[in-house]
Design a protein around this ligand. Sequence first.
Ligand code: LLP
Length: 433
Amino acid sequence: MKFFGRMEARNNELYIGGVSVERLRQEFGTPLYVIDEGDFKEKAGVFMDNFRSDQFATRVIYASKAFTNLYMAGLLAELGLYMDVVSGGELYTALKGGMAPEKIYYHGNNKLFQELEFALAEKVGTIVVDNEYEYQWLSELAGRERVRLSVLLRVNPGIEAETHKYIQTAKDDSKFGMSIFNQKTQDLIEEMSKDKYVDFRGIHCHIGSQVFDETFFFASARAMIQFAYEMESKLNVDIREINLGGGFGVYYTEKDQPFELADFLKKYIQIIEEKLHALNFELETISIEPGRSLINNSGSTLYTIGHIKETITGRQYIFVDGGMADNPRPALYQAEYEAGIGNKINSEPVQEYTVAGKLCETGDILIENIKLPVASPGDILIIPSTGAYTYSMSSNYNKIGRPAVVFVEEGECRLAVKRESYADLIRNDVVRR
Ligand code: LLP
């Protein structure tokens, strides 16, 4: 198992941010999401320090769908990041957690009318318009409230990044945004730029997630700048911002070879500057929207091992006290993970196991075939690299409460989300009378 951030072994036990996995289990129980706060802050610093230019302003917008709660929103606000939300619920969380409304970007292909009303009432900084129908609603709402709304338009630059097909987002027939090759897109830009209630600031794209080939990002940056330039020359509109989305790939297992972030970000800036220079074109702001690459490697999930079963075919199952309810990614995307036994972290991995959850579903397998030290009931299984899209995609399937979330730093633990109790599971149920 690869160690991330502030993980270290002391006397054959794993410590994260100076806290032992046994102490975490004793204080908070398992399954447990653990976030290495020092590592996250360092990652945020890598983005903020390297995605910088003296020719335009830059913004690092955290994609909250990867992992969000009040604690996280507060931490992001403190670090000076912006936040992207995709629903009324994410917006509510961001605001309640202390994120300034002007630093929020609101995305979504089908924002509801009441969600847009909520965003307007809260004075959200930027609405990223997905299509012409949404614009009609926005224009009507802004006119009714007599406010000037700051918007970007989500476009597809036609770059198909290689990744799992469920997380490709910029194909020509994608449900997100509008193609730059579509005349309707130009017409909408023209219409928005004439609307007195709409301040059309620029364009946005997101070419996919968990992308390892940096050339896709460079190609999309060039295509976006080219498109913005053409729109300005043709339509007499003023484009001030390009938001290039997120999608930077991260390490889950040895099969993943992510690029080095700091180098990549510097190169990204350089390519943007070169393209702007070649066109003699100026922009006020370039933003990016990382989710996974900011949070994933700072998060781990701890489980307690229950029964260990050998089947008639010789397969050795380790059963853990969670599963697809706290991490649906293996079942949904065939996602692969590494693991270790936290209380035997330096012991030799000699036995091949399949890690299965406790949910009533054959597909509830977290890891197929992984070599671990000989496991015993009561051991602590750690799956690292689970910060993104686990807690945020968790469910109550089988009426299992969601795990707690704890941030650790320099030997201190801070509870961010309490474990759901049985009472929480039925809090909205109504008894039949
Ligand atoms: N911006 C927009 C508009 C997005 O749609 C996304 C992700 C991001 C930024 C952040 O992408 P990231 O940097 O995290 O790759 N549930 C899937 C991932 C879905 C991503 C959807 N959009 C998974 O577990 O792999």
